[in-house]
Design a protein around this ligand. Structure first.
Ligand code: SAH
Length: 355
């Protein structure tokens, strides 16, 4: 059965019309899901009983099941979601300083294959639909107290957002609208491995979305070892597209840089990075590597991290180190899904007597 969030307005309207219902029902239904926090048709008490029955026979109000819900001591919530076809994705609610930030996924898995990232270890299975992207926001918002609302969105969960741009934009449109979730574009950050043509398209939308680019290295040689897409798309093409984004939107670009011990974390790397970004309206977000079981990487020592930061600052670059949130619940992208898949595989093996 299809979830209502994935049914286009026109289609829903004609379905309702065929059942003698006025067009305003579309808005009414959307309001229940987006603002009224309804998770079933029964809860939509101002709809005629017979209509609720018909809806129940045809559609699901929401289409995703919560497979696991973990809460960390710092109030970070993580949901492992089971989609209708059984696939698993993750999303996270991060709460600090009055902000309620949703971190959402755009694909099942990821096709970019960054070597340090848990999401891409098994490639990409499929794009999420606009409804599935939107439902992550609704599910996370429904965790907040009744008067609470999401203030920010970071598209930094599983998947490469710009590889699923149409569906993402459709979902963000609803998230941003006043009769949707009301989250302003300036509070929405889209993070990409660096797909220049799509960055340019984003620049031309006339929206105020924030762009974050995953640089991870100060030159193509180092980047090639950890971000395989570098072979096709070198840093210069990515930076040129990001510059264009800044020219068109006036929005400062954030460059993300995962710090991996002895791979890209030396003072020389920092110096080269500062050189690359000098003259650009850029901000650097350093992310010390989050452990992924089975991967041969480590975070830098505190000393090396500080030296890296100091060197960037000396070069006049604005820099922040990303704080670790919800580490005890595998909050980094793709990790919970991975451990869950592993548990399932083990359970299956037990069931079939293979362990
Ligand atoms: N595909 C998008 C979104 C990825 S998730 C992109 O490439 O930007 C957001 C950020 O987390 C990216 O910069 C990604 O490289 C980084 N990341 C992935 N795995 C990580 C890990 N194990 N530790 C720290 N950062 C990681």
């Amino acid at each position: 059965m299809r979830a209502l969030l994935d049914v286009p307005n026109e289609e829903l309207q004609s379905w309702l019309k065929a059942r003698g219902q006025p067009p305003m029902r579309v808005r009414q239904l959307r309001r229940w899901l987006l603002l009224g926090r309804a998770e079933s048709f029964e809860q939509m008490t101002d709809l005629p009983r017979e209509l609720r029955q018909l809806l129940m026979e045809e559609y699901l109000p929401l289409g995703i099941q919560i497979a696991r819900h973990l809460v960390a001591g710092d109030e970070t919530h993580k949901l492992l979601l089971r989609l209708q076809d059984g696939q698993l994705v993750e999303c996270v609610l991060i709460q600090e300083a009055g902000r309620h930030t949703a971190c959402i996924s755009t694909q099942v898995g990821c096709g970019m294959g960054c070597l340090f990232c848990a999401s891409g270890l098994n490639g990409v299975a499929r794009n999420l639909t606009a409804g599935e992207i939107l439902e992550q926001l609704i599910r996370l918002r429904n965790l907040l107290p009744v008067d609470g609302r999401l203030t920010h969105i970071v598209v930094m969960g599983m998947g490469e957002p710009l590889a699923n741009l149409d569906n993402l934009l459709q979902a963000l449109e609803v998230a941003g609208s006043k009769d949707g979730l009301g989250i302003g574009a300036r509070h929405i950050t889209i993070s990409t491995v660096g797909l220049p043509a799509k960055i340019r398209r984003l620049a031309e939308l006339g929206k105020q979305y924030q762009l974050a680019v995953s640089l991870h290295a100060p030159n193509d040689v180092v980047r090639m070892h950890i971000v395989p897409t570098t072979e096709k798309t070198g840093l210069q093409a990515i930076l040129a597209a990001a510059d264009y984004f800044f020219e068109r939107t006036g929005r400062q670009v954030t460059y993300e840089y995962v710090l991996l011990r002895s791979i890209n974390d030396s003072v020389a790397h920092a110096k080269e990075l500062a050189g690359l970004l000098t003259g650009r309206q850029a901000h650097v977000n350093l992310i010390p590597f989050n452990d992924v079981e089975g991967l041969p990487y480590a975070r830098p020592t505190d000393h090396d991290l500080q030296a890296f930061v100091n060197e960037l600052r000396r070069g006049g670059i604005s820099v922040k180190v990303r704080k670790r949130k919800g580490s005890e619940i595998d909050a980094a992208c793709g990790q919970l899904r991975r451990s869950s898949l592993k548990e399932e595989a083990q359970a299956l093996a037990v069931g079939t007597g293979r362990l």
